[in-house]
Structures are given as C-alpha cells and as structure tokens.
Design a protein around this ligand. Sequence first.
Ligand code: ADP
Ligand code: UDP
Length: 235
Amino acid sequence: MTKLEKIYEGKAKILYTTKKPHLLIQYFKDDATAFDATKRGTILEKGIYNNKISAKLFELLKNAGVPIHFVRLLNDREMLVKKVEIIPVEVTVRNITAGGMSKMLGLAEGIKLEKPVLEYHYKNDSLHDPLINDDHIQALKLATEKEMKKIARLSLKINEVLKDFFAKVNVTLVDFKLEFGRFKGKIILADEISPDTCRFWDSSTGEKLDKDRFRRDLGNIEEAYKEMYKRIFSI
Ligand code: ADP
Ligand code: UDP
C-alpha cells in the first residue's frame, strides 16, 4: 500500500491517504513535544519503537475482542489503519496517581487508586485539553450517551488487558491516554499506545520508562523507549 496525499501532520504522526478511501497510513515521527508543544525535541528512533509497540499492543487488544483501527504494519515507521472520525475526547485511564491528577488534586505521585479512574479531556490544544465530564460531552454533542458508555466499557477492558500484559514484563501500567473514533457507525480504538501515551514504571525499581524522561529531563530517553520495546517483544 503506497502513500498518496498527506492529509494531516500532528506533533508525533503524519496521516496519508491511500488508494482505498477507508484506509490511511499512519507514519510515526521522532519528534517529541510536551507542555502544549512549548517543549520540543527529537527522540532518536522513537517513531520506530512507537509504531512497533502500538502494533503489538493493538494485536493483543484485538485478540481480546477490542475493536481497533490497526490493519497491519507496513514498515518500521508506518502502519495501515482504518480511517475514523475521531471523537474529540481524550480518555485517560489511571491506576496510580501521577502527572495531571497529582497536580490537580495535590496528591503525591505513586498512590495506588482503589479503582481505575477514567478522565475525559476535550481534545483542543489551544484550550490545553481541558477536563470535561459526560454531561459536557453529551451537551456539546461530542459523542452520544451510548457511544460514551461503549468508550468507558472498552477503556476499562483495555486497562485490564494491558495491566496483565505489562505485569508479565515487570512493568506497572500507571496511566495512559486513548482516542476513539467512529468507523462504519461503530466505535473503535484509534491513534497509538506507546511510551508517548502511557506511564510505565519498572515494577521493581520504579524507574520511569516512558515520555516522562523527556518531559522531566531525566536523561536516558532513547534507552527507556528501547527497553520498553525489548520487554514488550520478549513475550
Ligand atoms: P496531534 O494531533 O495531537 O498532534 P499526532 O501527531 O499523534 O497528534 O497526530 C495523529 C492524529 O491522527 C491525531 O490527531 C489523531 O486524533 C488522529 N488519528 C489517529 N488515528 C486515526 C484514524 N484511524 N483515523 C483518523 N485520524 C486518526
Ligand atoms: N497523555 C497523552 N497525551 C496528552 C496528555 C497525556 O498521551 O496530550 C498521556 C500521558 O502520557 C499519561 C496520561 O496520558 O500517560 C495521563 O497524563 P496526564 O493527564 O497526567 O498529563 P501530563 O502529566 O502528561 O500533563
């Protein structure tokens, strides 16, 4: 499958049309941004790691019955995906306090939550992805009640599948962000699942193995992505 026209270039990925109108090519860049793109950099080979890691995790989720946009890997940096109408709501799933939740509620990082917390953020960079709830989403017609029920159910299921998988490679899944879209009237999982969009902590040492190494200038950034890649592909 070859790329036809670039239809979107985002902070981390580029989307291209293909000869099939319902399929897109998703290209993963090495560009990294944080804090509403006020911090910018390059993480060498990140695009390759994120493409392959996402592909493997999408396959895992597909086998668990989660509908996904991923069709197949094309090469090191590209995957073929179903073209969806993205729902402009970023879904965050949290198992342990960190990042935005710690800041918002004045909590230390690393507190295990009694149950997974689902958070919705309006996908809008200029507004800094504000926190919204089900009422906002329905009142503003970002998604229907039925769609949000499905999204919540799928998000919790994805959390269970991923938590179990990462436990096997000695990684604690702290939190992650998902995006869903509409494809032929159905809700499916889109975008990516990678160290850019998840917090991964080594279960023995607590070492951060994700984009927080870039956000917080912790060093060994490339090494963390490579380490996650190695662990994910070790089983
Ligand atoms: P951003 O837009 O936040 O800068 P990216 O660089 O990751 O993010 O760009 C990828 C864009 O593609 C995102 O806006 C995402 O919502 C969108 N997207 C992901 N999967 C699909 C898909 N299957 N169909 C259409 N759009 C998608
Ligand atoms: N996240 C993401 N994209 C965003 C914001 C967050 O992928 O635009 C991921 C982030 O990597 C983390 C989870 O979502 O795994 C929760 O992030 P949080 O809300 O704590 O925000 P942050 O601390 O990154 O500002």
